[in-house]
Design a protein around this ligand. Sequence first.
Ligand code: ADP
Ligand code: ASP
Ligand code: MG
Length: 423
Amino acid sequence: MHLIVQKYGGTSVATAERIHAVAERIARKRREGSGIAAVVSARGGMTDELIRLAQEITDRPPRREMDMLLATGEQISVALLAMALDKLDVPAISLTGAQGGIRTDQMHTKARIRAVDTGRLVRELESGKVVIVAGFQGMNEVDDITTLGRGGSDTTAVALAAALGADICEIFTDVDGVYTADPRIVPGARLLPRISYGEMLEMASLGAGVLQPRSVEVAAQHHVRIEVRSSFNHNPGTIVEEVGTVEKDIVVVGVTHDANVVKVIVADVPDRPGLAHRIFAALADAGINVDVIVQTTKGEAVTDLIFTVSRDERDHTVEILERISGETGATRVEADESVAKVSIVGAGMVSNPGVAARMFGALSREGINIQVISTSEIKVSCLIAADAATRAVRAIHEEFELGEAGSDGAAGESPEAEPQGTV
Ligand code: ADP
Ligand code: ASP
Ligand code: MG
């Protein structure tokens, strides 16, 4: 049977009206004959509200209990959507992540899916039901509830699509697809009809919140075809698929910004072999993801190590660095939250010299100072002042003419000024 996995994000199920609209969409597809597994997020704002509730009790909630709390958001959504389908006489069943066979590792609040036990899902699908699975959650080896990190429902959907061998994984959200920049801050951003896994992974990792990076990684590993599209209309969205089917002559495919970064400075580390390893191994052991690393030598055989981590890792990072400062010899650890990261992404960059210079030129014309630069063959990132991020993204987007129809070789698509349709 033709099988579709659909994922509906927070805004797509935020109100009773929206839940009914989602149920109608699923019902229509089901009546056409496709099997459907739907993955649903918590209603818009709910996860933030649950985090606030925890903070009212303590500023150091145990991670296991945090997962117990956060998983309730998705559980509400799946039950409500199953009720809406029942009202339409469409047989459906809601399942928690654990009931849906999502098995994860032990890392509470940012667990990774290790396996999907599809037994129950397949049985329910074969009996003709629409299966509705709570996104963002799973169960670890000792039967405790885990969650997959913010935006984790995307990863649940892709993992289910891979495990069930679905024909496509449709990610329904509140914009028409993946744009050349966040359409909420660049009104002239252009919808990309197609993007490769590699570029999408880079865009997502560098701040394009439309997909959780891990979901793109899983899709690439298991060759899951993703379509990102709007739950507010029926327009075609963006297909995320293998390189090769995607235009390769595009130099810059998109601009991203990430305000969720902290610049960490570990000052006056003796310039000796092994110390960088000591520092980054300690952070890696704690599951802390580090980006944009630079080392600056300061003459007196000491260096400053500068790197970024996400804001929710700030306290943990500083705590670890202070704990090992006896071994690293660092005299000071600073965490600066007044920064943002802006990046350009594009697989064609590697063979096109001068791309970075154009980006720096756009920033300089805006009078924006670059604090740290980091490059790879597929991206250039700059750390700048947080309050200049919007201006920076707009200037870079314009420099590379990303809003121009056809600039990626795709057939002329008019720029979507206001992406949030309400059809
Ligand atoms: P959902 O609740 O459906 O998972 P998210 O808020 O997680 O939705 O992701 C959708 C949002 O991602 C959009 O509203 C948009 O503001 C943001 N976004 C950031 N960068 C991009 C981009 N390049 N293309 C599309 N959306 C983007
Ligand atoms: N509800 C979770 C979040 O807000 C997971 C998701 O929406 O994908 O991050
Ligand atoms: Mg999301």
